[in-house]
Design a protein around this ligand. Structure first.
Ligand SMILES: [Ca+2]
Ligand SMILES: [Ca+2]
Length: 453
């Protein structure tokens, strides 16, 4: 139990957090087999109501930050999960005051949570969920937080934050980049990357070989009232190269991800009918690698893994169903869209427009944060994870071999012991090698066949 946390005379005590109620244990197949687990996020916490949240995933771990609001009492909580959606530690209180907006970013060793009141603030946590110092105010972010995808935490634990400036006027929106230490201190000046920023820009940033950074943004031609997507390189000494226009067409809502092969995946929307969304790959010099490829048009979020796979998610036009679809590196969809619903299925479920709701980890796990309504009040919030697995891989090391024999026998004969040894691993599904929906003696022969070379 942690010490009570007192803010403005209000004391919060967080008990050990149990797993949230889990509503769905499905296996769905999207290209490869995935285990889908949906948990209901508490709608109330310490007397406040869930207002908004953001998710990020990295190195087999999901970080989730949520803001609960009740009159002047506001509470931002952070929770981390392992890849099987098991909570790793207590909920951490990030901040007990202040306004809205929350953004979270993670590397394998630390997590940043940013929020906004009159100014933007941040707090940093280590992998065990312990705060590294007190909350701090971010310099020169006068009134707005960066939008999603604009906080990148590198493996050297430094972070780059894009922010939207600073004079309080949407008309003069400028985009700035700044490098921060692992403790949240600025390591560089604010670098002005672009101006005339489109209000609905989403942007993103990625690192390319040689230490340069690429920033994506949407800039508006305010005379002709059209928006264009740009990429721009920022060199290690923070000097700027000329911006690169991604398409001459009217486009916005750009997403950028740096991939493991040092190329860049760029995704954006065309605004003119029929308005498809487009994916295209670039090299680190910002030369296109191949033609633009159309994808789903009615999506709301995109997230990519380092191997170039990406997932799209959105909702149907009547706003009653949240869907997602996985694309392989070839940019061919892996199958039909799948619905992200809990069981029993709520009447309506939607993405909210705020913050970051979708994260695709490099290990292939997809995290989706969504909201159901229809019985309002209250609405119900869910966190869904989809984790790929191979039948028979009972020790979950991503290969099926002789090392899976003992765990298979354990799952079959002593599930309680198996659960202690492999917490959260859905052995009923992974051990079901004849695909009849249960794990029993009839799975032994099919399991042995999977071991055969
Ligand atoms: Ca294995
Ligand atoms: Ca079976």
């Amino acid at each position: 139990m942690r010490a009570p946390y007192t803010i403005a005379g209000v004391t919060f005590i967080l008990a050990v957090a149990p797993a949230w109620p889990q509503y769905s244990r499905d296996v769905i197949v999207v290209g490869e087999q995935h285990y889908l687990r949906t948990q209901q996020v508490p709608h109330t916490q310490q007397g406040g109501y869930l207002w908004e949240w953001a998710v990020a995933a990295h190195a087999g771990r999901c970080v989730y930050a949520a803001r609960y609001v009740r009159f002047e009492t506001k509470l931002t909580l952070m929770r981390q999960f392992d890849a099987w959606a098991q909570p790793l530690h207590l909920d951490a209180i990030v901040d007990g005051s202040g306004g809205l907006d929350c953004v979270v970013g993670a590397s394998s060793s630390l997590a940043w949570v940013l929020w906004h009141r009159s100014y933007a603030y941040g707090r940093i946590y280590d992998r065990a969920g312990e705060p590294l110092g007190a909350p701090f105010r971010l310099p020169d972010t006068a009134w707005t937080l960066p939008h999603p995808q604009n906080l990148a935490v590198r493996e050297d634990r430094t972070a780059v934050l894009l922010s939207v400036s600073v004079d309080g006027s949407y008309v003069q929106d400028d985009l700035y980049a700044r490098l921060f230490s692992p403790e949240g201190s600025p390591l560089s000046a604010m670098v002005r990357v672009a101006g005339s920023l489109e209000h609905e820009w989403t942007g993103g940033l990625a690192f390319v070989p040689g230490g340069a950074m690429v920033v994506a943004y949407v800039s508006e031609d305010r005379v002709n009232k059209v928006s264009h997507v740009y990429l721009r390189r920022v060199k290690p000494d923070l000097t700027l190269e000329p911006p690169v226009l991604v398409t001459p067409d009217y486009a916005d809502r750009v997403y950028l991800r740096g991939l493991a092969d040092d190329t860049l995946l760029v995704h954006y929307h065309l605004q003119m009918a029929p308005g498809p969304s487009i994916v295209q790959r670039y090299n680190g010099a910002l030369e296109p690698l191949g033609p633009p490829v159309p994808t789903d048009w009615d999506l709301m979020e995109v997230s990519a893994a380092g191997d170039g796979r990406f997932v799209l998610a959105g909702q149907d036009p009547a706003a009653t169903r949240v869907w997602a679809r996985l694309y392989y590196e070839s940019w061919k969809p892996t199958g039909t869209r799948f619905e992200v619903a809990a069981q029993p299925e709520p009447p309506k479920h939607v993405f909210s427009y705020l913050n970051r709701r979708l994260a695709y980890d490099d290990d292939g796990t997809i995290w989706i944060a969504w909201q159901a309504y229809g019985n309002f009040p209250p609405s119900v919030w869910y966190l869904t994870s989809l984790k790929p697995f191979r039948p028979g891989d009972l020790n979950y090391d991503r290969v099926v071999n002789n090392f899976d024999i003992d765990p298979f026998v354990l799952a079959l004969t002593n599930p309680e012991e198996y659960k202690k040894k492999f917490p959260g691993v859905p052995y009923e599904y992974i051990g079901d090698c004849n695909f009849d929906g249960q794990l029993n003696n009839f799975d032994i022969d099919p399991f042995v066949k999977l071991l055969a070379p």
